[in-house]
Design a protein around this ligand. Structure first.
Ligand code: FEO
Ligand code: CA
Ligand code: CA
Length: 667
């Protein structure tokens, strides 16, 4: 589509920043830092009065998407909309009648947009900012909003009753078909985004889709299962949370809460024939002791630990999907380690190596960085096909003095990770990444979620969503420390990492706290303009030294992140908000006078978290995924009716936010 929108000042502004950045890239040492300071001034301008930004909104408790004046959104695709004209859309009006229990429901679900959308990335077609292939994670299902009267069949420990599951095997099949990844073509026409049914790129990956295992764990004895005695293939993907994109145009889907799909570990663990290595690995990343959250193992023994104790080892990886080549199977890249991968944020090091940052979203878990052995080849796409199979995975240690180290997770017969410590080979290091990181002395974090890299400064931002178990000042990994400084961290925080030498392959870094979230006007905590000493209280807040508490938006539970072309950090939330409002989308300055200033851009419908948070190529659209609207409701008593309106069931959906004048979205 011809782009006849008026060109805006921001295009010129962006080019000024690019010139500044390229000038900085040829400076070194102190001069580079001086350049950063100059760049900081420019970035701060985007928050200055008179910028073409937005007028912030306040937190809301409505069942709508709230945006600043001058913005609108399209609902691009909703849970259950069919990707193919041979399959009808899910008729959500029939959910109370049990349409998702009908024979054939799973076959249809596997051809429809999946449930609870999370990560989003758009891969351009025809070099257009208005046309591309979206890859979207479908993280999990909420059975109480899918199957009627399920509340009558929930046990005391909040599990689905086994007898109900065995009466309704189709329900398990539907759940498996509703998660994974959706690949779907999108286009903007007449200023509005929509998806294209029957695109040759459209496909679903579900909990039953075969995908290849590659890297050091491929073929390992530990990963061989009944379904694949050679240990080269996995069946399906689950817990697909945040993600990433590679410079060669593939999508990375991160498998996060995979433990929730496996049951009866307590029983399996006691079995005398159990491989002792499995006991060590599963104890550090444990499946459910008895019935899993969804109870699939009561219908499908693949998920039953007493029958298939190796099966969870085929999950917990980063999955690479090629959106442009639908015939290619997805590939699980085992070199990137096995844990609750929140994200797979990818950038290129100075020497051309590919670097993938990932958080392990569990209380007191770690931040990781993979550095490829080979280098990115910008001329020949195919040369990068298996770049993520060889390299070094590192885990972060944050020192109290603001320095840090990336510790290599490499098997070494003479080192810490050797046979004598339970790591006889690299496959074991990667299968038990958490255990190996424990031995190296990594820093346990307050649930590291998404990670973003600034295209302007190269700084790396890590969202630590919250961790109310963080203890008093005390020796030991669960006490407060410099990088997790609040006792009972309710609201979460964001850490800024600056790699030494401005090189993402560096082994050392400097770090500082960017934001300690919460309510800067709270009577229960102090509004700090510098962080000195510890411990801090849960309601103490810090906004990078920004001094005007009244000019800040309260927020909590940062989850997904992105940094725009101006260097501003976009934050979407998943959890309680300090003043009881809904989740939303916020933006923070990272440099100059606006550093630490947080303003609210969007408010989500009732019960929803906000995910995705990625701009299209020209910065005129912000894609947000609205996940689990009406989360605590049931089919009989839905708590949200978004997006379809009164009397309708809530549906997770992708939205595209644009300016009414079609311009670039600025902070
Ligand atoms: Fe799936 Fe950590 O959010
Ligand atoms: Ca997340
Ligand atoms: Ca989340």
């Amino acid at each position: 589509m011809a782009d006849n929108r008026p060109r805006r000042n921001s295009d010129y502004f962006g080019s000024v920043i690019e010139q500044r950045l390229s000038r900085r890239s040829v400076l070194g040492g102190a001069a580079a830092l001086a350049g950063a300071a100059m760049g900081a001034g420019l970035v701060g301008c985007s928050l200055a009065p008179g910028s073409r930004g937005f007028t912030p909104i306040s937190g809301a408790t409505t069942d709508r998407v709230e945006l600043p004046e001058g913005f609108f959104h399209d609902v691009v695709i909703r849970w259950g909309e069919s990707l193919f004209s041979d399959t009808p859309d899910l008729d959500t009006r029939r959910i109370p009648d049990g349409v998702l229990l009908d024979p054939g429901a799973a076959r249809m679900a596997a051809r429809q947009f999946g449930s609870n959308c999370d990560a989003f990335h758009l891969f351009a077609l025809n070099d257009s900012a208005d046309h591309g292939i979206a890859c979207i994670n479908n993280e999990y299902v909420d059975p109480r909003l899918m199957f009627p009267r399920l509340s009558d069949h929930i046990t005391e420990d909040r599990r689905i009753d086994t007898a109900w599951l065995q009466r309704h095997p189709e329900a398990v099949a539907v759940m498996k078909a509703s998660i994974g990844v959706t690949v779907v073509e999108l286009i903007r026409e007449g200023g509005h985004w929509r998806f294209l049914r029957d695109s040759p790129y459209n496909r679903r990956l579900t909990a039953e889709t075969p995908m290849e295992l590659r890297g050091p764990v491929r073929g390992s004895e530990l990963i061989r299962s009944v379904g694949d005695p050679a240990g080269r293939w996995a069946l399906g993907t689950v817990g697909n949370c945040a993600g990433g994109r590679t410079p060669w145009g593939t999508y990375l889907s991160a498998e996060e809460n995979i433990q929730d799909y496996f049951g009866d570990w307590a029983l399996a663990r006691r079995h005398p024939d159990l491989d002792a290595r499995l006991r060590v690995i599963h104890d550090r990343f444990p499946p459910h002791q008895r019935t899993s959250w969804q109870g699939w193992e009561r219908v499908d023994p693949r998920f039953l630990m007493t029958r298939n104790p190796h099966e969870p080892l085929r999950f917990g990886w980063v999955v690479e999907v090629d959106p442009y080549e639908p015939e290619r199977p997805a590939i699980k890249r085992t070199a990137l380690g096995r844990f609750s991968h929140e994200c797979a944020t990818t950038t290129t090091a100075r020497g051309g190596e590919i670097v993938v940052y990932s958080g392990d979203d569990r209380r007191f878990e770690y931040v990781y960085k993979f550095v490829s052995k080979g280098k990115f080849n910008a001329r020949e796409r195919e040369a990068n096909r298996h770049l993520l199979d060889e390299g070094v995975l590192h885990v972060a240690r944050f020192n109290a003095d603001g320095t840090g180290m990336w510790l290599p997770l490499v098997h070494d017969p003479q080192g810490i990770l050797s046979g004598s410590t339970g790591f006889p080979d690299q496959a074991t290091v990667l299968l038990n990444t958490r255990g190996a990181s424990d031995l190296l002395g990594a820093t346990p974090m307050d649930r590291p979620e998404d990670i973003a890299v600034s295209p302007l400064t190269g700084k790396v931002y890590v969202a630590c969503t919250h961790n109310t178990s963080r203890g008093e000042a005390q020796a030991g990994p669960r006490g407060v420390d410099a990088v997790n400084p609040r006792v009972g961290n309710r609201w979460g925080h964001i850490v800024e990492i600056h790699e030494d030498g401005d090189d993402h392959a560096a082994r050392t870094f400097r770090w500082e706290l960017l934001l300690l979230a919460g309510d800067p006007l709270s009577a229960d905590g102090r509004f700090l303009t510098q962080v000195t000493g510890k411990p801090l209280a849960a309601d103490d807040t810090y906004f990078a030294g920004f001094e005007d508490a009244g000019g800040l938006a309260p927020f909590g539970a940062p989850d997904n992140l992105d940094v725009d072309r101006f260097g501003n950090l976009w934050i979407v939330t998943d959890g309680d908000q300090p003043r009881g409002s809904n989740n939303g989308c916020f933006v923070a300055g990272t440099e100059g006078a606006g550093r630490g200033q947080v303003r609210q851009f969007m408010s989500a419908p009732l019960g929803a978290e906000v995910c995705g948070c990625k701009f299209n190529a020209d910065g005129t659209t912000l894609f947000l995924n609205i996940q689990h609207p009406g989360e605590n409701g049931t089919v009989e008593d839905p708590e949200s009716h978004w997006p379809d309106g009164p009397d309708r069931m809530p549906r997770s959906s992708l939205i595209a936010v644009s300016r009414e004048d079609g311009g670039v979205i600025e902070a």
